[in-house]
Ligand binder design. Structure first.
Ligand code: K1U
Ligand code: ZN
Length: 185
């Protein structure tokens, strides 16, 4: 954890935290997250901290595996500003239709973005923090973001869909970045 700040709510004061995001090629990004069995205060706090982290990093989505938590928790806010926060527990895609390719970025692969083939429409389900099972549809950017985040929970990165050539270039770039980070330490 890097930083704490207090947020003032009318009835309670809750400490919020911006968590460290793992970066490619960290092998912990390749682990598979486990289903959440009990939605308790720890999971609620994790989801809130993930939202804080996502806003701080200027993302529109984040999966728990990216902050080194191996539970199937995803947060998304397409507004990127706190207007539409979504907290998805145990999200699953039930059906996929159509095709879309948009330029994807990833908070775990900074400085890189590319087009990835995805389904344009998805039928998906998840549990809310109140343990309600929701089954619903998504399309376009929200559908892409959900697919991207569920891939993270399964240890998959968007770069895995790219050509071997692009992946090779990326590995070299990441190794160079790591070397300069080590020199700065
Ligand atoms: O999971 C992540 O690493 C977050 C990622 C989610 C995502 C973005 C674009 C397509 C699919 C999934 C990001 O938020 S990276 C930042 C970014 O690309 C972006 C930020 C604001 C608006 C639009 C894109
Ligand atoms: Zn990502």
């Amino acid at each position: 954890m890097r930083q704490f700040r207090a947020s003032f709510a009318p009835f309670a004061m809750q400490a919020m935290a911006v968590l460290d995001v793992l970066h490619y090629p960290d092998e912990r990004l390749r682990l598979k997250a486990q289903p959440v069995q009990h939605i308790d205060e720890g999971i609620r706090q994790l989801a809130d901290n993930m939202l804080d982290t996502m806003y701080a990093e200027q993302g529109i989505g984040l999966a728990a595996i990216q902050v080194n938590h191996r539970q199937r928790v995803v947060v998304i806010d397409l507004s990127g500003r706190g207007d539409e926060p979504m907290r998805l527990i145990n999200p699953e895609i039930i059906d996929r239709r159509g095709n879309i390719e948009i330029r994807e970025g990833c908070l775990s692969v900074p400085g890189m973005s590319d087009y990835v083939p995805r389904a344009r429409h998805i039928h998906y389900r998840y549990q809310t923090l109140e343990e309600t099972l929701v089954e619903t549809e998504a399309e376009d950017l929200l559908a892409v973001c959900i697919q991207h985040e569920i891939d993270h929970l399964d240890g998959k990165l968007f770069i895995d869909y790219l050509s071997v050539l692009k992946q090779g270039r990326l590995r070299k770039k990441a190794a160079k970045q790591q070397r300069s980070e080590r020199l700065r330490l």
